[in-house]
Design a protein around this ligand. Structure first.
Ligand SMILES: *Cc1c(COP(=O)(O)O)cnc(C)c1O
Length: 427
């Protein structure tokens, strides 16, 4: 496993003797107790990442608004809310989660998304969120109408599309004019002017979000620089712009390369600070993946191995309905055996789930330490966009989730039952 050690500092999962552990908790004991597939999260690591942001942005007036869609577990939201974190939401459902996790965190919520509906706006207006990141003129009209009807002033930012290219998977790139997100930065000033005239709209910020899993920090700086120019123009127009929302998107290392998360946050903060150029503004940051991805692993048991012609398959009890990232984004996840064998034997296999789709794979032609039926494996870096994208495809119940913190284990979502899965149906 020496080759795989390089990225290890970035992950809370380490071998203690022969057994993969989350801090001091052996993963095989968790699988035995709670069954598989099982998501395991390190709460300590999530707070560590949060602390890195606090440290690097200490000199800047800012609020971290964790992107709930990366991992919306109530236990994780509560953990983050306790450390003063705000939230970036994309639906009324996510707002309800934040309110459950910590009612007081609502004042630190920003509401993004291209398709906000009237009821979602009403919920957000009534609960008093910090601001709406408005993504179109049509949305602005509806929001103005809802705000007027409820007699609640809506604080808004326009999410501008800066037309900046960010090197990432096309499905998670959002900052080009051809994408559905945001308002073309070239017409933003005009839209702000119109919004400012409305009695129930209060333009207070400018937002940008150029995509996800962005490894280079340069595009963040380029996008923010364009936003800063716009803020200056808007202030000249007499608008009281107090917030700049720099979005999320900071990437992690899913492979075996060296990755120092603290150094990455340092570089990211420097890029943003440089782009801000001393502008007096309250900065909002929306990290999602960076906080939770590496804190999580998906534990799964090997059901079978089989050989078809020249190919070997390892069939696990987890599937694409539990973790869709490989199928959806051709994403790489390291797959480590929970119990390391003394032998150095490896096999080259496709690691697949039981779902009836050829797209149901976790890895293709991957060299792995030899595993056999009954062995446990851990899919690493599965804490972001894993459980939140889980489904019941193939009528498979969704996984359970545990949170490990200070060496203590807590079941934070029990395994879904067959009965629960079928409860809404009428026939
Ligand atoms: C998804 C999303 C984020 C978080 O992205 P990450 O890549 O997980 O950091 C932040 N802001 C907005 C508007 C988003 O849609």
């Amino acid at each position: 496993m020496t080759k795989r050690q390089s990225g290890v500092e970035a992950r809370p999962f380490v071998y203690q003797g022969r057994t993969l552990s989350c801090k001091d908790v052996a993963l095989d004991t968790l699988a035995d107790k709670f069954g598989t597939p099982l998501y395991v999260y390190s709460g300590d690591q999530i707070l560590e990442r949060r602390a890195m942001f606090a440290q690097e942005f200490a000199g800047v007036e800012h609020t971290v608004c964790y992107a709930v869609k990366a991992n919306s577990s109530l236990a994780i939201l509560k953990l983050l809310a306790k450390s003063g974190t705000g939230f970036d939401i994309v639906s009324g459902g996510e707002l309800a989660r934040v309110m459950l996790a910590d009612q007081k965190a609502v004042e630190r919520v920003v509401f993004s998304g291209v398709g906000k509906q009237a009821e979602e706006m009403d919920l957000a207006l009534n609960s008093g969120i910090l601001m709406f990141n408005v993504e179109s003129e049509a949305e602005l009209e509806l929001l103005a109408a809802r705000a007027a009807a409820l007699k609640k002033k809506a604080r808004i930012a326009l999410r501008v599309n800066p037309d900046v290219f960010a090197e990432t998977h096309p499905y998670i790139s959002t900052g080009l004019r051809e994408h559905k997100f945001g308002i073309d930065i070239r017409i933003a000033r005009k839209v702000y002017r119109r919004a400012a005239k409305h009695q129930w709209l209060e333009p207070v910020g400018v937002s940008v979000h150029i995509g996800s899993q962005i490894r280079s920090t340069e595009p963040f700086g380029a996008a923010l620089a364009r936003v800063v120019d716009l803020v200056k123009q808007l202030r000249k127009d007499g608008l009281n712009i107090r917030y700049v929302d720099a979005g999320g998107g900071l990437g992690i290392e899913y492979g075996t390369g060296n990755f120092d998360p603290a150094a990455k946050v340092h570089e990211y903060a420097n890029a943003l600070k440089k782009a801000m150029g001393g502008l007096d503004i309250h900065l909002l940051l929306e990290p999602g993946r960076f906080f939770v991805a590496q804190a999580g692993a998906l534990l799964s048991r090997v059901l079978y191995t089989k050989v078809n012609g020249s190919k070997t398959f390892v069939i696990t009890d987890a599937a694409m309905n539990d973790l869709i990232r490989p199928a959806l984004y051709q994403a790489h996840h390291e797959i480590w055996p929970v119990t390391r064998s003394a032998s150095k034997k490896t096999l080259v296999a496709d690691v697949v789930g039981p779902v009836c789709e050829s797209g149901d794979f976790f890895a293709r032609d991957r060299e792995l330490p030899t595993v056999k039926s009954g062995d446990l494996v851990a899919l690493l870096d599965a804490g972001a966009y894993g459980m939140t994208q889980a489904s019941n495809y193939n009528t498979r119940a969704r996984a359970a989730e545990v949170l490990v913190r200070d060496g203590k284990v807590k079941l934070v979502r029990r395994r879904e039952t067959l009965k629960e899965m079928l409860a809404q149906e009428v026939f």
